[in-house]
Design a binder for this molecule. Structure first.
Ligand SMILES: Nc1nc2c(ncn2[C@@H]2O[C@H](COP(=O)(O)OP(=O)(O)O)[C@@H](O)[C@H]2O)c(=O)[nH]1
Ligand SMILES: [Mg+2]
Length: 215
């Protein structure tokens, strides 16, 4: 890792139980390296903001607009030249952050792709949108970006579970690459919904994203 520093951004909706462990795990990995941890909370009703204020460096609240806009909001607050985005639910192990940053030497965007993609809809996305983007996991929001590129990200679609970041990056000629990691078992109550609801939402988002890329 270079000594430039990294802003780690997460966005949350009802993640109060995970914030302390997430922040501790990130700090352990980035010990001795300049960093900040930014939490953007979408008006949770379980005191996530209060937990974030205790443990993170920056904790802000805003009206609920979904994960992609939450991450973008946090990325715009970043003070370091490299940015890592990460889910708050500990499904993205911060131990992979150094490898993500290392690969930024030869890329503008690095995606930490899961080696095993559990949802059927996400497997289809991997073979379609993912192929176009050059990554195997189009909806992984465990990624690294350059702060200088943040102004490029102006969303045209509604929620895309992070796909629009890749579409904009690709359309602007940014170099996208990936690292792969073995994910832990998924939690039983994801905020995105149970199996059926999540698959339907992801198929909808996949359709929107393919149209967005083509237009
Ligand atoms: N800002 C914001 N974040 C959300 C929202 N829904 C989910 N998230 C966050 O997005 C991340 C991934 O959510 P999750 O439901 O676990 O998705 P999964 O990992 O694909 O099952 C977590 O950090 C959630 O807290 C939302 O409505 N707004
Ligand atoms: Mg999750």
């Amino acid at each position: 890792m270079s000594a430039d520093g990294v802003s780690v951004v997460t966005t949350t909706w009802n993640e109060s139980k995970n914030i302390e462990r997430l922040v501790a795990a990130i700090r352990k990995v980035l010990q001795g390296y300049p960093h900040e941890i930014i939490v953007v909370d979408d008006s949770s009703d379980d005191c996530t903001l209060e937990a974030a204020k205790r443990f993170a460096d920056v904790a802000v609240s805003k009206p609920r607009e979904g994960q992609s806009r939450g991450l973008l909001f946090g990325m715009r607050l970043a003070k370091y030249p490299k940015i890592v985005t990460i889910d708050a639910d500990l499904e993205n192990d911060p131990k992979h952050i150094p490898q993500l940053l290392q690969q930024m030497d030869k890329s503008d965007v690095v995606v930490a792709s899961r080696t095993k993609i559990p949802r059927f809809s996400e497997q289809v996305a991997s073979k379609t949108l993912g192929k176009l983007m050059g990554v195997t996991d189009s909806f992984s929001n465990f990624r690294a970006f350059r702060r200088e590129n943040v102004p490029l990200f102006v969303f045209r679609a509604g929620e895309t579970f992070g796909a629009e970041f890749l579409i904009i990056a690709k359309k602007n000629g940014l170099k996208i690459s990936e690292i792969c990691y073995t994910p832990p078992p998924r939690r039983s109550n994801p905020r995105i919904g149970g199996t059926l609801k999540a698959n339907l939402r992801i198929f909808w988002v996949l359709s929107k994203s393919l149209i967005l890329y083509a237009s």
